[in-house]
Ligand binder design. Sequence first.
Ligand SMILES: [Zn+2]
Length: 147
Amino acid sequence: MADWNWWPRFHDPALRLSLREQAALHWDANIRMLRDWRACWSFTWISLVPAVLFVGAVRLVIADDHGRALGSLSPTTLLAVGLALVPLYLLLQHIAFSIAMKRTYIPFVRAALTARGYPTCIACGHLLGPATPANCPECGSGTSDPR
Ligand SMILES: [Zn+2]
């Protein structure tokens, strides 16, 4: 993950948008994504992975299949383990959110940017300028995307 960021990078930082423009851009990108059920489905299942892992870990460590606490651990230990899982869950949830955003939502932000007069590479987010080239000078991918 060479280009990992802790917060999704929606567009080229050289592009300075007002809050109003950003809100309009994300509204547009959301509408575009909602028209694509595959993107919505991918976003949903990636986002749910940490919750499934969390519930699985809690059941594994704390309770048996019938919700009864496992006898060998003291209540204090159970509480400590449960609380220790929370930050781990939040970390995984944020990572899943970032992956889901990057894989499913960000291409729609870039398409919305292009539609709003800022031609943007769908693959890498590079600003292409008004004379849009056939291939992105930054990553080399084609610049015509139907989204
Ligand atoms: Zn590119």
